[in-house]
Structure formats: C-alpha cells, structure tokens
Design a protein around this ligand. Structure first.
Ligand code: SF4
Ligand code: SF4
Length: 165
C-alpha cells in the first residue's frame, strides 16, 4: 500500500512539474521569425556552411595539413596542397590549399573538421541556404568559402591572381 501511495505521489508531482513548464512557456513572449523577409537569428555556436578564414594580413589560415580531411567521417573534404614561394604567398605557412572542396551532398555538419584544424582556418559560419535540386552545385570550392580580405590588411598579400598579371 505504501509503495502504491509513493507511486501515485511521484506521478502527481511529475504532472505538476510538467504543467509548470507548460505554463511558464505560455507566459513567455512569442518569438516570430520573418524569414525570408528578414534573416533568421542563430545562436553563436550554430554549425552552418563552412568559412575558410584569413589572418589579419589577409593571408589564408589554411596551411594544407590535411588534418580536417583525415578527421572527416563523411570523407567529403578534398584538398590539393601547393608551396608558397617568394612571389606567391597565399598562407602564413609553407604550404597552402590550392584546391579545397567540401561536398555538401555528404557533409553532416558534425564539426570534426573544425575541431581538428590547428590554425582555426576552417570554421562553421551561419550560412544555411545550401539546399539545391542540382547536387553538382553542392560541391563548394575554396572560392565559395573563403572569408573576404579584412579591411586595412597590410601588404604583402600576394595572390595567385595578382602574380599571374
Ligand atoms: S562538418 Fe563533419 S562531415 Fe562536414 S566536412 Fe566537417 S568533418 Fe566532414
Ligand atoms: S583547414 Fe585546417 S586542418 Fe584543414 S588542411 Fe587547412 S589548416 Fe589543415
């Protein structure tokens, strides 16, 4: 009998607790997003489309170490490395990623690549509009992901394009 009473009391307390959460939510202000008229708000840690970061001089942070590709469980990162030279300096390290592709047909936004990167070159941005009816457009290239050169970046920032002219 005592056990039965404890069970009933436990169930009643759970119901009261649950109703408390419901009432609290009912009293909270309603949050309405006006997407697509206005961009939605994301939490800082939201894992959206990737961004390849630059340093304060505009050099690419990626040094083509392949650790992100090795950590990726979906095998969706493809990198081709090249050496920096006296006339072409793309990154702060010895090498840079001449090709850096992420296949969003396969990416599961797990963030392992971001965790693995020793230079904080690959990060998750807040981009989320990656859906497409054409899967070939879901392979994003370095040029699609590269952060813009920061304003006031100091030379020398020698790009492959500049060196070619
Ligand atoms: S988020 Fe995960 S699946 Fe996507 S590229 Fe990075 S490691 Fe691979
Ligand atoms: S993004 Fe980071 S982990 Fe990946 S190759 Fe570049 S430096 Fe290495």
């Amino acid at each position: 009998m005592a056990n039965k009473n404890i069970t009933v009391l436990g169930a009643a307390s759970a119901i009261v607790k649950g109703m408390g959460v419901t009432l609290k939510e009912m009293m909270s202000p309603t949050v309405t997003e006006f997407y697509p008229e206005e961009p939605p708000k994301f939490e800082e840690r939201y894992r959206g489309a990737h961004v390849l970061q630059r340093d304060e001089n505009g050099l690419e942070k990626c040094v083509a170490c392949f650790l992100c590709a090795a950590a990726c469980p979906a095998d969706c990162i493809y990198i081709e490395a090249a050496e920096n030279t006296d006339t072409v300096r793309i990154s702060g390290g010895e090498r840079y990623a001449k090709v850096y592709n992420i296949d969003y047909n396969r990416c599961i936004f797990c963030g392992y690549c971001v965790e693995a990167c020793p230079t904080d070159a690959i990060t998750h941005g807040h981009g989320f509009e990656v859906a497409s009816y054409n899967t070939s457009t879901l392979i994003k290239r370095k040029e699609d992901m590269l952060a813009p050169i920061p304003p006031g970046a100091k030379p020398p920032v020698v790009t492959e394009e500049a060196a070619a002219h």
